[in-house]
Design a protein around this ligand. Structure first.
Ligand SMILES: *Cc1c(COP(=O)(O)O)cnc(C)c1O
Length: 374
């Protein structure tokens, strides 16, 4: 069994992917070719944002958004410590200080009730993460941010396609950022990412930053990076968009089915209850389950038990950002963010992709039962 199976998807979209790649090989516009423009317009309309800026990765997009706001040394940006390294890393790379705020124990996303006390006169942005495929609580986050006049940049690298109160991830705040890393819900065949905004000026600035801060050929009013998306990756993504909404539905169904199967398996006896925690889905949200992540006690033993039964697993993420050596200078020891620290010890991601069959899921849950029983 694969943790993420990209081959079944390729068999489904084979003709379309190959034809679109061939077209790029024929026209030869490998950088910012027609497919990139077509993709941007398709993604903007899918998300419900005015502008889409296709880019080189979901890491570069975070940096580009921060640069567009002129965020740098002396500034602070609030984010979650329970995320992939890139979120905090790009804040620091921009020269600003990442200010961590603990998460909600049910959704794993930043706890909006804790944001206000972390805001200082130096706070220049909030960067909430929509972890595992479910959006953070953007109404509450935007409310605090607008009261303080600070922008909100969504790190939607794991939530592309998810809905929050009927609106898509990446259209829930001033700027949305996502990733097209191959294993993300919408994955390219290499690196890629995109930024979304309704703001014309900000979109123009982010487009300039994408090509070395250039506003016209060889004229550079600002610093930028090489943040472009390859035309070949845009071609792949256009082919994948033909089946994406169908896959979003499948992900939601498969995630729910996991939860049903696990609840069933672990509710039989008093003794088994609470030994496995399934993901909590907020009523105003759908999830694309970029990861289907449970909590278990004694994780090392259960990981080994699953592995012995042929079930691959992963841990997203074993070390909260404030414990990473690179952020040691922030001086935040144990107890700084108790919920992030506790769940980092217990989370375990199971195989998840839109082509997982019910039979495979039953096998995973059976193996999980056996592993837990030891
Ligand atoms: C994957 C990911 C990123 C980085 O995306 P890349 O395209 O791999 O650079 C950033 N933030 C989160 C939360 C991610 O999961």
């Amino acid at each position: 069994m694969d943790f993420i199976d990209l081959k079944t998807q390729y068999r489904r979209i084979h003709d379309s992917v190959n034809a679109r790649i061939q077209k790029v090989l024929d026209h030869g516009q490998y950088i910012l070719g027609g497919e990139t423009v077509e993709l941007e317009s398709e993604l903007a309309s899918y998300v419900g944002a005015k502008h889409c800026i296709a880019a080189s990765s979901g890491t570069d997009t975070l940096l580009m958004a921060l640069m567009a706001y002129g965020i740098g040394p002396g500034d602070e940006v609030i984010t979650s410590p329970f995320t992939f390294i890139a979120t905090g890393e790009m804040i620091a790379l921009a020269g600003a200080k990442p200010v961590f705020v603990d998460i909600d124990e049910r959704t794993y996303n930043i706890d909006p009730a804790l944001i206000e006390r972390a805001i200082t006169p130096r706070t220049k942005a909030l960067m909430p993460v929509s972890l595992y495929g479910q959006c953070a609580d953007f109404d509450a986050i935007n409310e605090v941010a607008s009261r303080h006049g600070i922008p909100v940049i969504e790190d939607g690298a794991q939530s592309f396609g998810a809905l929050y109160k009927g609106k898509r991830s990446c259209a829930l705040s001033e700027v949305g950022s996502t990733s097209f890393f191959p294993s993300k819900p919408l994955g390219a065949y290499g690196d890629g990412g995109a930024l979304f905004t309704d703001d014309d000026d900000l979109a123009k600035t982010m487009r300039e930053i994408r090509v070395h801060g250039q506003d016209r050929r060889y004229h550079h009013p600002r610093l930028g990076i090489n943040g472009r998306l390859d035309t070949l990756q845009a071609a792949v993504l256009l082919a994948k968009m033909e089946v994406f909404e169908d896959e979003v539905q499948a992900r939601s169904r498969i995630g729910q089915r996991y939860s049903d199967l696990i609840r069933e398996a672990f509710s039989e006896t008093e003794d088994r209850q609470g030994r496995v925690v399934v993901p909590y889905l907020a009523p105003e949200c759908t999830s694309v389950y970029a990861q289907y992540t449970i909590q278990v006690r004694d994780r090392a033993r259960i990981e080994a038990g699953l592995k012995a039964r042929g079930i691959p697993t992963a841990v997203h993420y074993p070390v909260p950002l404030h414990f990473q050596p690179v952020f040691a200078a922030l001086g935040q020891g144990p107890g700084s963010f108790p919920i992030s620290e506790a769940v980092a010890e217990r989370v375990l991601s199971l195989p998840m992709h839109p082509y997982l069959t019910e039979e495979q899921q039953i096998r995973v849950v059976k193996a999980l039962e056996e592993a837990v029983e030891g």
